[in-house]
Every structure is written in C-alpha cells, then in structure tokens.
Design a protein around this ligand. Structure first.
Ligand code: AMP
Length: 284
C-alpha cells in the first residue's frame, strides 16, 4: 500500500492506474478506522480494481465548541489495518493540500443541511460537502462509497455527486454494528464500559419502533413513547428522534404510508452518537 500525503502525487498515481484500465473506488473517512470503514472498502472492491481510502479530519465540518482537537488521530494503526485489507492507496493530506488558500466553505448543503444534524451542528454539512467536493476533484473515482450510518450525509452528498460528478456511482453501504447492536463509530472508544452498554439500548428502541410502525402504530405516539424511553437511559441526552420520508429527508405525519427511516441523535456521557433504521412500510 502506498501512503500519499500530496494531492498532486496521488493524482499522478491514479492517472497511471486509469491508463492501465483500472477502475478506482474511493472511501472518504476521518480516520480512527474500524471494521465499519473496512466494510466500505470491501464494497468498493466488489466493483473496482484499486481502492483509495482518504483520512482527513476536516476542520470545516466541526463547530467551534465541537471535538475537532479531541477527534482520534491514529494514522499508523489506520495504515496497518488498510494494508491488511489490501488497500492500494491511503491518502492522508494535510490541511494545505486540501485547502491551498485557506479553509473556506465553497459548497452549501441547502435546506436539508440545516435540519436534524445540521440544526444540532450549524455549518457541519456545508463543511462536509466542501471537503467531499474537493476530495472528489482530486480522486475522480468511478465509485465512491458512503455509510448508511450517516444517512443525512449520504442524502446530501448524493445530490452533489448527481450534479457535479455524473460519471461516478455512489454506493451506500449498510451499517456495521457490534454484538449488542451499537453502530461502530470512531467516537465509541470514548464511551465508558457502562455507557457502552447504555448506548446499545438506543438501538433496541429503534428496533422496537420499527416493529411497531410496521404493524400499524401511529407515528407520533411511537416517537413520543420511545423518545421518553431514550431519555430514561442513564447518562443519555436525546437530541432528536424522528421518522422521516427518505426521499425528501423530512418528518412524516400520521397519515404517511410507505417506506420510512427512523433517525436518532443522542449524547451518552460525553459522546455524541447518531444512528438510523429503515422501516419497510408504515401501514395502517
Ligand atoms: P467517518 O470516518 O466517521 O467520517 O466515516 C467515514 C465513512 O464510514 C462514512 O461514509 C460513514 O458513514 C462510514 N461509517 C462509519 N461508521 C460506520 C459503520 N459502523 N458501518 C458502516 N459504515 C460506517
């Protein structure tokens, strides 16, 4: 595996790969890699000859009071893990490689960008979209893989890819969970053992909600009941719990019928967690 820091050098290598007829798969990450990230690599490998994983903790997508400084940075371990999984390129640029002038927002995430995650984290999606746009320009992949775990992120990125990177296919990969159902996340390492157990009960609520919604429960009552349930988890603070129409990423009302997604964000101890679960069909 080649570890590359400079955008120009990566582009040179990838031009060489393309000249050999190789399809390029891209997995953008912020590092502190875990098996969830590796599952994205595996998805990229299914249709590509060469996989590029980027590790870049993007300052533009963190608010002033957020955990940019504390975000785990484990490049050596990341490189070893990717090597084991036969990734060809690890792209770990510095801030100046990504933002040659200075870090500045160039992309706006629109209306959906200011709801849910965007309401809790103002400017987050503009920053995320700006870096994805820049990374896509550098890598110019045939396939880019994002995790369904960050549902609102994929929703927003899909529009960017459709509008500006038409030759690239976006693939959404399912969420990898631990044995208790907790979605793997780079931030989970900051959960204490008891918080870890508490955190996985959020997933149990999502599962119960799904069953209830698929068997005729009213959306508003279901959300209300489980919001209370999550609030009652020791050390947990609920930020939002909603049932949305995945086509428009907006909350559904009690008359809605069809496919839906339950989305949740909560802090457990000091750690902010997000998760979601698909509902096949809300039916009467
Ligand atoms: P991050 O490093 O947290 O920015 O995540 C990089 C990519 O990995 C994003 O597309 C995430 O949605 C995806 N991802 C993070 N956690 C998981 C997981 N548990 N299962 C599958 N994909 C994940």
């Amino acid at each position: 595996m080649k570890l590359i820091h400079s955008a120009a050098e990566l582009q040179e290598q990838l031009d060489y790969e393309r000249a050999r007829g190789h399809k390029i798969g891209f997995v953008p990450t912020m590092g502190a890699l875990h098996e969830g990230h590796i599952s994205l690599v595996d998805v990229a490998k299914e249709s590509c000859d060469v996989v590029v994983v980027s590790v870049f903790v993007n300052p533009l997508q963190f608010g002033p009071k957020e955990d940019f400084d504390k975000y785990p940075r484990t490049l050596q371990g990341d490189a070893e893990l990717l090597e084991q999984h036969e990734v060809q390129y690890l792209f770990a640029p510095g801030v100046a490689d990504i933002y040659p002038q200075s870090p500045e927002i160039t992309q706006r995430a629109g209306v959906v960008g200011s709801t849910f995650e965007g309401a809790s984290r103002p400017g987050h999606f503009d920053g995320m979209l700006t870096v994805v746009n820049r990374l896509m320009q550098i890598v110019s992949p045939d396939v880019v893989v994002f995790g369904e775990k960050d549902a609102q992120q994929v929703f927003i990125v899909r529009k960017l890819i459709g509008a500006r990177f038409k030759d690239c296919r976006l693939v959404e990969a399912p969420t990898l969970r631990d044995s208790n159902g907790l979605a793997l996340s780079s931030r989970n390492r900051f959960l204490s053992p008891s918080d870890l157990a508490e955190a996985s009960s959020i997933y149990r609520h999502l599962n119960e909600m799904r069953t209830e919604l698929e068997t005729g429960a009213k959306v508003s009552l279901t959300v209300e009941k489980h919001a209370k349930g999550i609030e009652a988890i020791p050390n947990a603070k609920l930020e939002y719990l909603a049932v949305i129409d995945p086509q428009i990423f907006r909350p559904v009302d009690d008359n809605y019928r069809g496919a839906a997604k339950i989305i949740v964000a909560a802090k457990v101890g000091e750690v902010r967690l997000i998760d979601n679960l698909n509902v096949k069909a809300i039916s009467a």
